[in-house]
Ligand binder design. Structure first.
Ligand code: NAD
Length: 428
């Protein structure tokens, strides 16, 4: 049996590789290889049937040299301290590469939220805050939704925190619902951010967006707005999207002879990103196997569903026409596939650059909360475009000047900025 991949070991290996490329002082590297602070706590919750259940909660604060820690809270049955450590570490690099003044954090609870009633979920989220409130806040650590958590849960958490500190403090949590302190543009942020980086990559490669085609994996939040943006911002054609069909317990790829219409698909997709197959077929969509997206004859591949989808095996199926792989998902590409991408000369936009739009608008949400003044959607998206374009250029400059792969370049930019902040503060 193959050894289960430990996400934190992977995060440390990636860091060690770039630390070597950067010739980083081993003492400085030792600070960054581990989270600065870790919290592990038990949350007793009175269930609807009167019994008391105790849940395991976590929060990791990896590094706050550049600003308060930032990162989601996941509710997942297989959450571990190591997954939280890994994700918290990656958040430090993501915030640094996007050049937003925040550090990295992550939290979680071992639970399958689908097994809880609404009232139980509310008591559990409030319990997480009762454990952590002294160590979070706009100047310390700002959590957000992630796998298994929702804007509604952020609303409850913000309320619990505000009650405990005795002050309305919306900027302690981001990803809140609209009307409850949330920001316009958050829904589009990650997908549009992906497209802003694709646009810059096309400029760099001399491609014409209007004659370009893309195949996307997934049709959830990221993929939906990446598809909309590919058509409406770039003027290109979306060849296919895919999704998991929980009724059939398999995945499907949907394409249309005239190209996909993402706005139409948005009307026939549910909240979990599953496309209604009858309605799609009635509208002339062709349904194929879920793996078909990766072998399409397109210019751009956008994996925006799960980790590990572009791997040693699937990469063999990609068309010679593919020029860009834009990583909308977190960790979609395995190290084995990276070697093939490099050898084929395909331009890679690494995940923590490509999908940084979400955390960037989360940061804008906190800024608007602190000002108590809210921007229009246009203003949010314009500021997002500026941030993503600048981040892309910094990474491309690094890749070209050091002659390294884009993923390594993104790490080099991020680690360089965090080290600089630690030096300026006299930590190292
Ligand atoms: P989501 O849950 O909204 O959507 C996931 C989509 O993937 C759904 O359409 C689902 O049907 C599909 N899917 C699942 N298994 C599949 C399979 N085997 N084949 C094809 N499709 C499959 O999730 P999301 O928010 O869009 O996130 C997608 C990825 O992007 C994740 O890796 C997430 O960590 C990352 N990400 C999301 C954000 C954000 O703001 N939402 C920000 C940064 C990174």
């Amino acid at each position: 049996m193959s050894k289960t991949i430990n996400a934190f070991e992977m995060a440390q290996k990636q860091f060690d590789h770039v630390a070597e490329l950067l010739n980083l002082d081993p003492e400085v590297a030792e600070v960054l290889r581990w989270p600065a602070r870790e919290f592990s706590f038990r949350i007793p919750v009175r269930m609807d049937d009167g019994t008391l259940r105790v849940f395991q909660g976590y929060r990791v604060q990896h590094n706050d040299a550049r600003g308060p820690n930032k990162g989601g809270i996941r509710f997942h049955p297989s959450e571990t301290m190591d997954t939280v450590r890994a994700l918290g570490t990656w958040m430090t690099w993501k915030c640094a590469v996007a050049d937003i003044p925040l550090g990295g954090g992550k939290g979680g609870i071992i639970v399958d939220p689908a097994t809880l009633s609404t009232a139980e979920k509310e008591r559990l989220t409030r319990g997480w805050v009762q454990n952590m409130w002294r160590n979070i806040g706009p100047r310390q650590d700002v959590p957000a939704p992630d796998v298994g958590t929702t804007p509604q849960m952020m609303g409850w958490m913000m309320d619990e925190y505000s009650k405990l500190v005795g002050q309305y403090t919306p900027s302690t949590f981001t990803g809140k619902p609209l009307g409850g302190g949330g920001s316009l543009g958050r829904t589009e942020a990650t997908g549009f951010g992906v497209i802003y980086t694709v646009r810059e990559a096309m400029k760099h490669l001399g491609m014409d967006p209007k004659t370009s085609t893309a195949a996307l994996q997934g049709f959830g939040n990221v993929s939906q707005y990446a598809a909309v943006g590919f058509v409406e911002i770039l003027g290109g054609k979306v060849e296919c999207v895919s999704c998991w069909d929980r009724n059939d317990r398999t995945s499907y790829t949907y394409s249309h002879p005239d190209g996909c219409d993402p706005r139409f698909l948005l009307t026939i997709v549910d909240q979990y990103g599953m496309i209604d197959k009858e309605k799609a077929e009635a509208a002339g969509y062709i349904r194929e196997d879920g793996d078909a997206w990766i072998s399409k004859d397109v210019d751009v591949l956008i994996p925006a569903a799960l980790e590990g989808q572009v791997n040693g095996e699937s990469i063999q199926k990609i068309s010679d026409r593919v020029k860009i792989i834009a990583e909308g998902a977190n960790g979609p590409t395995t190290p084995e596939a990276d070697e093939v991408i490099k050898a084929k000369g395909i331009f890679n936009i690494p995940d923590f650059l490509c999908n940084a739009g979400g955390v960037t608008v989360s940061y804008f949400e906190g800024v608007q909360n602190d000002m108590n003044f809210y921007w229009s959607k246009e203003e949010v998206l314009e500021k997002l475009d500026q941030k993503m374009t600048t981040a892309f250029k910094a990474v491309l400059d690094m890749a070209e000047s050091k002659n390294v792969y884009m993923r390594d370049a993104a790490y080099m930019v991020a680690i360089g900025r965090v080290v600089k902040a630690m030096e300026l503060r006299g930590w190292v």
